[in-house]
Write a protein that binds this ligand. Structure first.
Ligand code: ADP
Ligand code: MG
Length: 374
């Protein structure tokens, strides 16, 4: 077994053996690891480690720690579960449930590669599971029964994972806002991918759970039409499109779109939060009614079959690889994709929570916005 050496402290101090890198983001790196217990007990987990260059950034660390504390008690089948927040020699890490699968962005890329389309009912099913996770997080209370006021604020395909068994899981509450936990920078800066933001988030206003409903609506329309209607050539263009929030005729984008589904999309993507579904529960009901009112509809199993078929070649290659090189961990195609240069990265969290991509030649969106606000 090849152990990733530069974070060997995880093993020496916390009994995690790092097996491979899954994803390298601007602010953190996600690894697959083995948690070692007594008498040969081994559990596969995922570990997110803060990048060295942020380890000294107090504000960033506050947010990272805030994320872990915020989601510690979120236990739901549609949310990636957090197991542990640890630190060693000034480096923080979060251990969490390992998802053997891909994120939704990788899933969409594979659809294009295989020239396939996602059946409409499966698309609605995927989003319904995300919304189910949101409904749970939004209504989460602390042990004294006070609402935690959790809002994810970064619902986008990269933060939605699909396991090979067909489970859909929301992850990365990194810019989530909840009372008393995260450094709340609202009003000064925005975070998240602009093309998935709600108009109020893109406009620096205070956001609530209805903002997540908008973002989930953007993902739904993307899954149905194959494109994000708000994505422009630059992050700032995307932000302007979100702010204008003009929905085109949907028929040319999604041929044969049932009237009910169009109604659902228009309601989630209403510019005014008061015109949207007011709770994720309401939105969930409509999505589930749409897929199940005829008596039978998609399930985790249906989605699982679809994704395994979609990644069949890659999974077979990985199995062969695993058997050929004893002990090596299975590498999903997605894992390879996630190591590609970060050209597709949207601007990130400012103020130490996300960074502007390295190659940017112009000041990033957030720098521009911050400058405007001064
Ligand atoms: N628990 C996990 N199991 C497997 N892969 C994961 C897990 N968490 C994250 N990943 C992978 O790492 C990527 C980045 O994770 P995320 O938590 O969103 O970090 P970032 O803060 O860099 O956006 C995800 O899109 C996914 O591909
Ligand atoms: Mg993420």
């Amino acid at each position: 077994m090849r152990i990733v050496s530069d974070i060997s402290w995880l093993l020496s101090e916390h009994r995690y053996e790092v097996v491979r890198q899954i994803h390298e983001g601007g602010m953190g790196i996600v690894y697959e690891a083995r948690q070692l217990g007594s008498r040969g007990f081994v559990k596969r987990v995922a570990i997110k480690v803060v990048r060295e260059r942020y380890a000294q950034n107090a504000e960033f660390i506050e947010n990272f720690v805030g994320e872990a504390k915020l989601v510690a008690d979120l236990i739901h089948t549609n949310i990636v579960q957090t197991y542990h927040l640890g630190d060693s020699r000034g480096s923080y890490f979060i251990a969490m449930e390992l998802i053997r699968g891909v994120n939704l962005e990788q899933f969409l890329q594979q659809l294009v590669k295989q020239q396939q389309t996602l059946p409409r009912e499966l698309a609605v099913f995927v989003v319904s599971r995300v919304v189910r996770g949101l409904a749970y997080a939004h209504s989460k209370m602390d042990p004294d029964g006070n609402p935690l006021g959790i809002v994810h604020r970064d619902v986008n395909p990269k933060n939605i994972m699909i396991a090979l068994e067909g489970d859909v899981k929301l992850t990365d509450f990194g810019v989530a806002k909840a009372r008393g936990f995260l450094t709340d920078k609202e009003g000064e800066e925005v975070a998240g991918k602009p093309e998935y933001m709600s108009p109020e988030q893109a406009d620096f206003q205070i956001t609530d759970k209805r903002s997540d409903i908008f973002s989930a609506g953007v993902v739904l329309l993307q899954l149905l039409s194959g494109q994000n209607i708000f994505k422009g050539p630059t992050p700032e263009d995307s932000r302007q499109r979100v702010l204008a929030c003009q929905l085109p005729e949907l028929a040319p984008l999604c041929p044969d779109l049932p009237v009910k589904l169009e109604e659902i999309i228009r309601r989630t993507l209403a510019r005014d939060p008061a015109a949207r579904y007011q709770t994720a529960d309401e939105f969930l009901y409509e999505l589930e009614y749409f897929i199940y009112h005829k008596g039978y509809g998609p399930t985790n199993e249906t989605l699982g079959k679809f994704i395994r078929e979609l990644f069949k070649v890659e999974i077979a290659a990985q199995k062969a690889d695993r058997h050929g090189k004893s002990g090596e961990t299975m590498k999903l195609a997605g894992a390879t994709t996630s190591r590609l240069p970060r050209t597709d990265e949207a601007p990130g969290r400012a103020g130490g929570t996300r960074v502007t991509p390295k190659k940017a030649t112009k000041p990033g969106l957030f720098q521009q916005l911050k400058a405007k606000l001064k």
